[in-house]
Unconditional design. Structure first.
Length: 94
């Protein structure tokens, strides 16, 4: 499956849940800010991430959001704002 770029942002009220969500996100992406991660993941990985996050979050107090951006949009963001967005690194096994 092909990986897609996802920006994950969260706002967690409880410190214990915050640490657990941060640890989960570190398995799937690269931290861009304290509560923002850039993730190159497959649809299956996204589903797994969301399912696991759902077990950790309090839906009455916490928020975890995912946004995607196509390549031209990422390029425009870099060009217009100077923001450096993580690039996917392809690996070849020989």
């Amino acid at each position: 499956m092909e990986q897609r770029f996802w920006l994950a942002c969260y706002d967690i009220r409880d410190d214990k849940r915050l640490r657990r969500i941060a640890a989960l996100m570190e398995r799937y992406g690269t931290r861009a800010q304290k509560s923002v991660f850039e993730c190159w993941i497959t649809p299956r990985q996204l589903a797994e991430l969301r399912a696991e996050a759902d077990t950790l979050l309090d839906p009455q107090q916490d928020s975890l959001r995912f946004y995607t951006a196509c390549e031209p949009c990422r390029d425009l963001a870099e060009k217009e704002t100077g923001t450096v967005i993580q690039k996917i690194k392809k690996a070849y096994i020989v």
